[in-house]
Design a protein around this ligand. Structure first.
Ligand code: SF4
Length: 376
């Protein structure tokens, strides 16, 4: 096993975002999403065999993952392969500097003719389907690193992704002859890093550590502002509100924030109307129904706010804005959110809403339609 390094500049899991935007940097200040946190606990339970910290439904996810891994090892045994080494959380390095990452499970097997088959397993415990293994840059990097460890040209890497929450698995076999094209794609991403090929995209900028000061992202925002209000709208000099102290500049920022919020509300309304009244299918979004009278336990809502924000202050402020002590209606929840500075119309607030939607926390009441991002 390779010696552990201090950091991965282009870890396999970050490569996808770097391929989209050359200057992407992980935002280390984002709070850990509750689903991610539980995913880490499930990974640990699978690695150690200790399920004691898992809830019942999480134990099922861990068991089904282990069962799938076992079944694939048994299939290889039936083909005449014998296990030579098994690693959990193996550090897989590639020949590209600083491109390395942890693979959840790697099983090295050999048959009587000396062919090496490497079974690579990666567990995904989220709800959003990841890219197919064949195209997934993360698996390309793992496959490259594993192929580079072996010299025999008959070596193959059979890569598997297991995503039990959405009942999905996928696999692809990488051959030694694939190594040059795997290396080429990853080298290209690595070589473009920090070269200013900025490409603001939803789902990427949201997790980027420099989104507060990124010119490309703000150029997009300012185009929206101009289109919405005419050219008279005055742009702030610095969009990173935490760095601004000039009252005039703060006022510009606040006006821009309010404008973006009203533009966002208008877009939400009109796109939903297009789907409901005209039947227009909007790619990437699905029509779902929900009720403003639906209720959730305040205990559940409060714990999601606490876990998602990782902030006792925001939690206290949110709870003070709730006019109830047992169950809270969606309408009252939205009202409390809008009164809580730091959650009203912010990425963090949206994360709280998403986490509650993922848990189907609100139930009952009279339904109305809205659009939700399709879960891949
Ligand atoms: S915020 Fe800027 S640098 Fe970061 S991913 Fe978006 S476009 Fe790229």
């Amino acid at each position: 096993m390779a010696a552990k390094k201090k950091r991965a500049l282009s870890s396999p899991s970050k490569l996808k975002n770097l391929e989209i935007c050359s200057d992407f940097i992980n935002d280390k200040n984002l709070p850990v999403h509750p689903v991610t946190e539980r995913g880490t606990a499930i990974h640990k339970a699978i690695e150690t065999g200790d399920y004691s910290q898992l809830a019942e439904d999480e134990k099922k996810l861990a068991r089904v993952t282990e069962w799938y891994v076992e079944s694939k090892i048994n299939e290889a045994k039936e083909e005449g392969f014998l296990i030579s080494k098994v690693f959990n959380e193996l550090i897989v390095e590639t020949s590209i500097e600083n491109c390395w990452g942890y693979a959840d499970k790697v099983v090295f097997m050999k048959d009587s003719e000396g062919t090496t088959k490497i079974l690579l397993f990666d567990y995904k415990m989220g709800f959003n389907k990841v890219d197919d293994v064949e195209d997934n840059i993360q698996f390309w990097a793992y496959a490259l690193g594993l192929l580079e460890r072996c010299s025999h040209k008959s070596t193959i890497v059979e890569a598997h992704v297991i995503q039990p929450r959405i009942d999905w698995v996928d696999q692809h076999t990488f051959m030694m002859s694939d190594a040059p094209r795997l290396r080429q794609r990853i080298s290209m991403i690595d070589g473009r890093r920090n070269q200013g090929h900025l490409n603001p995209q939803p789902g990427v900028c949201d997790y980027c550590g420099i989104r507060g000061t990124c010119k490309a992202l703000f150029k997009k925002a300012s185009r929206v502002a101009k289109a919405y209000t005419g050219d008279a709208f005055r742009m702030p000099r610095n969009f990173h509100s935490s760095e601004v102290e000039d009252p005039e500049e703060l006022a510009k920022l606040r006006r821009l924030g309010d404008l973006m919020a009203s533009w966002s509300a208008s877009v939400k309304y009109n796109t939903t109307q297009a789907r409901v009244a005209k039947g227009i299918e909007i790619p990437g979004y699905e029509l779902v129904h929900r009720s403003n009278d639906a209720k959730a336990s305040l205990l559940t809502v409060g714990s999601v706010v606490r876990e998602t924000t990782q902030s006792q202050t925001l939690f206290n402020e949110f709870m003070n804005n709730c006019a109830t002590s047992i169950n809270i209606s969606r309408k009252d929840f939205e009202s409390a959110m809008s009164k809580t500075e730091g959650l009203a119309n912010t990425d963090l607030g949206q994360k709280v809403v998403d986490a509650l939607e993922d848990q189907d926390a609100f139930t009952g009441g009279k339904e109305s339609a809205f659009l939700r991002k399709t879960k891949k």
